[in-house]
Design a protein around this ligand. Structure first.
Ligand code: CP
Length: 318
């Protein structure tokens, strides 16, 4: 693997899940692979899980890591080309090129601006980073995708279904939030799930919150949340802002919160969320704290998702 931007960089989704589960059983088995290797973790935006799970994944492989919070730790970075840099001190081109000289793998997080749909959806910033880096790049969440989260999510579903032994119904449910949020988790989850034949996938959201069709292709879209929940085996809750009215919150939909009553319509479904989650906004406490909540398992599996990807790239370097 030469880079990890999306599920399209993975040859076989089943195989990579299997590899992650093997690594999970024996996390230190490949400690020699990371000897004398460094992974640079670059954050244009905040993170708890991604940052620490990638550090732990690298440690398990015997790699050294460094972490850089852009703007906080660095000079003010200029993202645009051809500008007279009056208020910025270093251009993205030099910043990424130089950082890539100080590591063997560069992992980067860049959120969308949620203003310019084309800029975000063409992944302009991440494409520049891929271009400027002299080493393989890993997507730790870009404008439209969060593939390390999605890999962790499918690993988690594999664990709870004895590796997709029989067909199961997975529902991605939009849930309310006060702020306009990125689409990356919903897009990426849909993209990965669509590669698994045993999953019957439904997306439920209010009208005008439909995700881009290139990601939702193959999913059933249901606008009545309770109807979608019927017989579900997994409920994945997430807020995202509108794609149609780009980056906006459209209408009042506080009643889309995930409640115990709604979960009772399901087939004793497991509750999933990528975290961080706003309690009693997205989901009620009693669901998040209930015995069917598997959010911590998802968070734990972030280590093995990252470790599997880092290992695949390290194998290509050696
Ligand atoms: N789920 C996730 O990516 O969490 P962080 O934003 O804390 O990294």
């Amino acid at each position: 693997m030469k880079k990890f931007f999306s599920v399209e960089d993975v040859t076989n989704v089943y195989e990579i899940i299997r590899e992650a589960l093997i690594i999970k059983k024996n996390p230190y088995a490949f400690r020699q692979m990371g000897k004398n290797r460094t992974i640079g973790l670059v954050f244009f935006n905040p993170s708890l899980r991604t940052r620490i799970s990638c550090q732990k994944a690298a440690f398990n492989l015997g790699c050294h890591t460094w972490t850089m919070d852009i703007q906080q730790d660095t000079w003010r970075i200029e993202m645009n080309d051809g500008t007279i840099m009056k208020n910025t001190q270093e251009h993205l081109k030099e910043a990424i090129s130089v950082m890539s000289l100080y590591c063997d793998i560069l992992a980067v997080r860049t959120f969308p601006n949620l203003i310019d749909k084309d800029y975000d959806y063409q992944e302009v910033l991440f494409k520049k980073i891929l271009n400027f880096s002299q080493v393989p790049v890993v997507n730790m969440e870009s404008a439209t995708l969060h593939p390390l989260q999605s890999l962790s999510d499918v690993i988690t579903i594999a664990e709870y279904t004895s590796f997709f032994k029989k067909k199961c119904k997975v529902v991605l449910s939009w849930a309310p939030h006060f702020k306009p949020l990125p689409h990356s988790v919903a897009n990426s989850f849909s993209q990965w799930i669509s590669k698994i034949d045993q999953i019957n996938f439904t997306i439920t959201c209010p009208k005008k919150y439909e995700i881009h069709t290139k990601f939702s292709r193959g999913a059933k879209i249901i606008y009545k949340q309770k109807e979608a929940f019927t017989n579900a085996d997994f409920i994945y809750a997430k807020n995202w802002s509108s794609y149609l009215c780009y980056g906006k919150i459209v209408g009042e939909h506080g009643d889309w919160i995930i409640t115990k009553d709604k979960m009772q319509l399901t087939n004793k479904a497991k509750f999933m969320h990528c975290l961080p989650v706003r309690r009693n906004v997205i989901v009620e406490d009693n669901v998040l704290d209930g015995c069917d909540s598997i959010v911590l398992k998802q968070a734990e599996n972030r280590i093995y998702a990252a470790q599997t990807i880092f290992l695949k790239i390290l194998k290509c370097l050696s």
